[in-house]
Design a protein around this ligand. Sequence first.
Ligand SMILES: Nc1ncnc2c1ncn2[C@@H]1O[C@H](COP(=O)(O)OP(=O)(O)O)[C@@H](O)[C@H]1O
Ligand SMILES: [Mg+2]
Length: 411
Amino acid sequence: MKKRDRRTYDYYATIRQVSSGLASRFDHNSIFNFIGGVTYEAMGLDRIYLLAAAPGRGYEVVYKRGKRHKDKKTGAKRNDNKESLKIDNRSGIVKFYGKSDDIIIKNELKKGHGAEEIESIKKDLALFEGEVTVPVFVDHKLKLLMVLGGKSSGNMFTREDMDLLRTISLQTAIAVKNAGFYRERVNSERLASIGMMSATFAHEIRNPLTSLKTFAQLMPEKYNDREFRDTFSKIVVGEIEKIDGLISDLLDFSSKKKSTRMNNFDLMELVDEIVDYVKGKLDFEKSGIVIEKKYNGDEINMAGDAGKLKQAFTNIMINGCQAMYGEGTLKVHIKLKDGHADISVEDTGEGIHSEDLSKIFDPFVTTKEMGVGLGLAISKRIIEDHNGKIHVRSRLSKGTVFTVSLPVQNG
Ligand SMILES: Nc1ncnc2c1ncn2[C@@H]1O[C@H](COP(=O)(O)OP(=O)(O)O)[C@@H](O)[C@H]1O
Ligand SMILES: [Mg+2]
């Protein structure tokens, strides 16, 4: 009981603070800063240094806190900037940790060590005016070295202090290891998505370019062929529109700007127009698809960017048609209630796997050979810019319903 009263810190509270603090830190710098700070404060140190393994360059200071060194002779504050303070792989401390994984306490260095070894460890410690070093091993390699000065109170380190330092070292090792995994994962995911994006764009741009090139090459020899010239000009326009559309999608997607164009329009009329537009597209692409419309009411006043909303609904309807592979019914319903218009687009297509449902709104997610996967990401953004919501329900081989709910002025 007496011992507990003499403690300068609460051992368990410090351990709790360390574990909960480390749980939310995923990069090395933030782990080092946190661990350095907590150890310094909990133990009341006069200084602390954290040195991290720098491949090929020994160990370099990544954190320091506390009083500056004084030059023993002149009393002037020594310049201990990070560059001048490091230890290399041949230094006493690093050699020691090639054989041992325990804490070094300067004043207890006598037992079991050669005079030469002690000398070189002390030389390293002197560099930092260190009293104690705590190693952090990750996969049996010395990753981090904590060099502690004395306590500001002048008290000695206790056995309990050593226990706490060992616990901090183990916790830090786990956090550093996890941070490595996390970084690897984020990097590989980022690489994967950049890879996917470039592959998609390369593919999508090369296709129209290839057909443009083929026609352009044939041009000199077919110049007098009127039919060829007509086809050529149609193809050129069509292919250029594809590339242009792709670039607009990408720009739309990467711009953070909300759509600012506001106009008043009738949502019923707009949806009608979109349905006609989609039908026109289907005429030559798909033949066995019927589009059914069901609207209650006759007018919905809405303020917003009609062009953008058209883009969003067109994508949702075309997706539905593509999922039916040329055969099925697309139902477009508009319901007006409580200041909202619910527009649902229901298809009788292949459906979406439940585990994919949460991903389809992410950019570059596509299951289509010729898809880019930006359609739903952009549609969702447009709808949210209009303070609306988009939901999806789907059953495999039965069909999918997308419901868009938009605030409107009447209703
Ligand atoms: N109505 C639908 N039925 C089945 N799958 C759909 C439907 N709408 C979207 N999806 C799935 O979501 C993916 C992403 O759609 P989208 O973002 O528009 O990109 P893209 O059409 O270029 O593939 C599609 O590739 C498809 O797998
Ligand atoms: Mg699409």
